[in-house]
Write a protein that binds this ligand. Sequence first.
Ligand code: 8YV
Length: 336
Amino acid sequence: MSTKRKVWVSRPLFPDVLAHLAEYVDLEAETVEGTRTPAQLKAKLADVDGAILGLSERVDAGVLEGNTRLKVIANLGVGFNNFDVEAMTAAGVLASNTPDVLNESVADYAWALMLAAARRVSASERWLRAGHWPGSATRFDDWLGVDVHGKTLGILGMGRIGQAIARRASGFDMRVLYHNRSHLPEQTERECRASWVEKAQLLRESDHLILVLPFTPANRHAIGAPELAQMKPSAVLVNIARGGIVDDAALAVALREKRLAAAGLDVFEGEPSVHPTLLDLDNVVLSPHIASASEDTRHAMARLAADNVLAALGLGESARHPPTALNPEVMANWSD
Ligand code: 8YV
């Protein structure tokens, strides 16, 4: 019988990362994407020392109940609203996420959505692909979007990703406003060329508003009908944070009624389902939660998740020092 620790990876992961894990542990890695019921997840976790999970897997007290073997679960994402960290701590399970390695790629993608939504990239491409161009020259006054350069960029949630988004704005000669619970240090504000404003002012003055908030119960529907009503009808809204931060039904109505020019959405309430009205509208660019999906960044996220698992199990280069643990204090109570 193997004396190696057992690790389960709940979704297909890069072969090099799996090979690295397999040097140290007895590895069971899923080869197809799939969702599991809480009971199935509970049964899987009962049988392993460590696991790497994705955002669609919710870890709470129920899933961990009676589990005396599990030591660590690494999340493949910086956001960890799928983890009840308190329950994990109570169960003696170390939790980790993947901060920082994705900041720049997610910031790039926020810009991609903002530019695509503002300049109607997706809608015009759909029109072209549908064969409408030949025989109907584009009119001079067709396909008019809104400019990005020289406008006011608003950022709601100014953590490390928000700051990376802000830094890109100087090349576009934009004014940058942000709202956050706390002000950034002056030095960081200077580097980002960003000024703190109240949320109401941010909503009123932003030509482009990018949401980068973590999902917490307090942030649910941080942008709903009342907030949308305060925005300029020419504004563009971008959500790369989490589904549920925007009231998608209210957004769909605002976009349909042209009370908002356009939106770029990478995350959705109840994803992978998308509000049907959003699917029908031409003034919204939609993508399937891929803001961090560059080759380099997804690799870095997977490696970081693997490093956390190995380290928590006392293996690999940083044994016992998981690099991005959310509750490192649990390790003090481990007997092995
Ligand atoms: C996802 C994300 O992890 O890091 C996060 O919080 O939302 C993304 O990077 C990734 O898209 C896999 O679902």
